[in-house]
Write a protein that binds this ligand. Structure first.
Ligand SMILES: [Zn+2]
Length: 296
């Protein structure tokens, strides 16, 4: 994995290329033979996947996983593992005792075999229990069906995590779907990192630092001004009266965002696609980062 990361850095590849490198080089190695061993605990695979994603986005390891999946529009590798296992099982059923592996499966399925139990569990999870009892399997249909269902289930759990996680209070306002964020390709690397850090709670804002020290949410106040409000993303983008930040805000944001800021404008600001506007927002973020870190 680190070889790939090194190559990405040497050639200064874009984020989508890095993700593609993972899918084409690392993923096939990680999932090699998973049709057979995939019923074991695959948490380690996912940890590695997330570690890579956090590394290329330059995020802290403590960044919530739902934000990493969200920014890159990625899905867990376990979905691929389950689909490949189901496909392999379909082949064994279709062989109908003509191969040694199929004969072995026919014997094992009558015992309490963990591999067979995992297949059954996946089928149950997808509401396709009846397929287990069929003698021939339409493999392409089953593969795509299981993939779509597992993907939908993951999306549902992702939405609920975004919605209920206390860390996602601001994130849920501007992140509405599990899709790759376009700003990751539009902005130059340095600005891209800043923007991503700010969106995912990796900036050293009082709201985040207070979390590290177990300070109650109401007491994570901005110390740069006298507003006596919680120092979160919304405050620094729109309300903080610190001279440097206010000046930068006037310079960088269109008037529309400065006058009467609200949640709708907050969402719009994070979903800006125009490169010039995005660059200006990053300049404001730069000032915020600088001022916030000046507090130590
Ligand atoms: Zn302030």
């Amino acid at each position: 994995m680190y070889g790939v990361i090194g190559k990405c850095r040497t050639h200064n590849l874009t984020i989508d290329c890095k993700v593609d490198m993972f899918d084409k080089i690392i993923k096939p190695i990680l999932l090699y033979g998973c049709e057979v061993w995939g019923f074991h605990n695959t948490n380690l695979l996912e940890k590695l996947h997330l570690k890579f994603c956090k590394h290329i986005l330059n995020l802290r390891t403590s960044t919530p996983n739902f934000m990493v999946y969200g920014e890159l529009g990625r899905y867990p590798l376990t979905i691929n593992v389950k689909v490949r296992m189901i496909s392999f099982w379909g082949k064994l059923v279709n062989f109908q005792n003509s191969k040694l592996s199929a004969k072995l499966f026919n014997v094992l399925k009558n015992f309490n075999n963990p591999w067979c139990a995992a297949i059954k569990k996946t089928l149950n999870q997808c509401g396709l229990t009846y397929i287990w009892y069929q003698n021939t399997i339409n493999i392409p249909w089953l593969k795509s069906k299981v993939y779509i269902i597992l993907l939908d289930q993951f999306k549902q759990s992702w939405y609920s995590e975004v919605h209920y996680s206390p860390k996602g209070l601001n994130y849920r306002i501007f992140k509405k779907s599990l899709d790759f964020e376009k700003y990751l390709l539009t902005l130059p690397t340095q600005l891209c990192k800043k923007c991503c850090n700010f969106r995912t709670g990796n900036a050293k804002l009082p709201i985040e630092i207070g979390r590290w020290f177990n300070i109650h949410r109401e007491n994570r106040i901005c110390k740069l001004c006298t507003c006596n409000e919680i120092g979160d993303e919304f405050l620094y983008l729109f309300k903080c009266t610190d001279v440097y930040i206010s000046n930068s805000r006037v310079r960088c944001l269109p008037k529309y965002f400065i006058t009467n800021p609200n949640v709708v404008k907050f969402e719009k600001l994070f979903n800006v696609t125009n490169i010039n506007q995005l660059t200006n927002i990053c300049k404001l973020l730069d000032t915020i980062f600088e001022r916030v870190s000046s507090l130590g």
